[in-house]
Design a binder for this molecule. Structure first.
Ligand code: ADP
Ligand code: MG
Length: 378
């Protein structure tokens, strides 16, 4: 098992990269601590597979180092790195039996046959492959093949880390849920460093203790599911995490040091006003999650009256779409809360109104907002 440090790492698939756009991974430093269960979450094309392949050694980075427990492994071949990697599509030897497929990584390491037998049967048991151990891999269905592929990744106990690159994509939804739980269970049992790549926020949140959100070649936030929800560090995290995502409004500076959206003024906190003053960026946004917008029955001193466009009933809650000036805004209301008719009165609690300058969160108090606790009930 190992701590994995990516030190000033950058990667371009071009021989002589010119601009920022030429990089699949933009210069970054990141630590995956020993024994953690991590998800690497981001949309297609943001650089997730590139990063995994750099960790496993399938790719050599254009810049920077990969360190395992303070040892620079950048120049080591994949076999020398002691890493297991499971891919999106099954990698199995069709002519071998399932047993021999699972035994392969162990025999490769000259593991004694008795030990091979006990590990293979353990993993087969875990993945429910016992009944097919004698079958040739070519006779398996797609789900079974991928389970064998995962089993090959899990069979060695001595690996530094296990990397999963969207391993459940081809798996049937019910089995998907089960396998994800198994992986979690394996992690709890063996505490092997695991990095699980996915583009699905639910999958990330159910597997991982900490999630690295990747966007456009960079990790824009690394934190617990709750931190990503309560304190998105980048507008992309606000928008990508949550269902629906954060409301984001492009705003203008006002003469008193606050901001406004289409002539509707927002009062910022002192800390937010402070950082705003310290930059001359014009790319300023405020963001608030649908869960944190207050919906009132009556007009209040600090509320806006907004026309309602649409109400979507999702069983245990409702998502209301209202117009805030010319932009639609989403509000989440509890099942038992009365549905506002025609218009709603809404306000934005200061604690949950986030300020973004050049797409990054700005002007938060030193203590994490998550430390102050729970969601507002509305
Ligand atoms: P993800 O796994 O998040 O979908 P990738 O790491 O596969 O993203 O790709 C990141 C970027 O690098 C994309 O723009 C992709 O087109 C590009 N890319 C990936 N592999 C190659 C390659 N072998 N040659 C050139 N460009 C590539
Ligand atoms: Mg990929």
């Amino acid at each position: 098992m190992a701590e994995i440090i990516l030190n000033s790492l950058a990667h371009s698939y071009k021989a002589s990269p010119q601009s920022r756009e030429d990089y699949a991974i933009r210069k970054m430093t990141h630590t995956w601590r020993n024994g953690g269960a991590y998800a690497l979450l981001g949309p297609s094309g943001c650089g997730k597979s590139t990063m995994l392949n750099i960790i496993s050694g399938l790719l050599t980075p254009s810049e920077g180092e990969v360190m395992f427990d303070n040892q620079d492994v950048s120049q080591l071949a994949p076999q020398e790195r002691n890493i297991a990697q499971v891919f999106q599509f099954p990698v199995v030897y069709d002519t071998m039996t399932v047993y021999d497929n699972l035994a392969f990584p162990l025999r490769n390491m000259k593991t004694p046959e008795a030990k091979v037998r006990s590990r293979v049967s353990e993993v087969a048991e875990l993945l429910e492959l016992n009944n097919v151990l004698d079958k040739r891999a070519s006779n398996l269905n797609a789900d079974e093949k991928q389970k064998v592929s995962m089993g090959r990744g899990l069979v060695r106990e001595d690996v530094s880390a296990i990397l999963f690159d969207e391993p459940l994509t081809v798996i049937d939804p019910h089995l998907k849920w089960k396998l994800r739980r198994k992986l979690r269970q394996i992690h709890e049992q063996f505490h092997i460093t695991m990095i699980y790549v996915t583009h699905d926020q639910l999958e990330a949140a159910t597997f991982a203790e900490e999630i690295a959100v990747m966007y456009d070649g960079a990790i824009v936030q690394f934190g617990s599911p709750r931190e990503l929800f309560e304190r998105p560090n980048h507008t992309f995290v606000g928008f990508f995490i949550g269902s629906p995502g954060m409301n984001l409004l492009p705003v203008q500076r006002t003469s008193d040091g606050n901001v406004s959206f289409e002539d509707m003024p927002f009062s910022l906190t002192d800390v937010q006003r402070g950082v705003l003053e310290s930059t001359d960026s014009k790319n300023i946004k405020v963001g608030i999650r649908p869960e944190f917008v207050h919906v009132w029955q009556e007009k209040r001193e600090d509320s806006w009256e907004v026309p309602i466009q649409h109400v979507e009933d999702l069983g245990t809650y409702k998502i209301v779409t209202a117009m805030f000036g010319t932009l639609p805004i989403k509000l989440r209301i509890a099942e038992e809360a009365p549905i506002p008719q025609g218009h709603a009165h809404i306000s934005f609690p200061a604690q949950w109104l986030k300020l973004y300058i050049d797409e990054y969160l700005a002007g938060e108090p030193e203590e994490s907002a998550s430390a102050t606790g729970g969601q507002d009930a509305n």
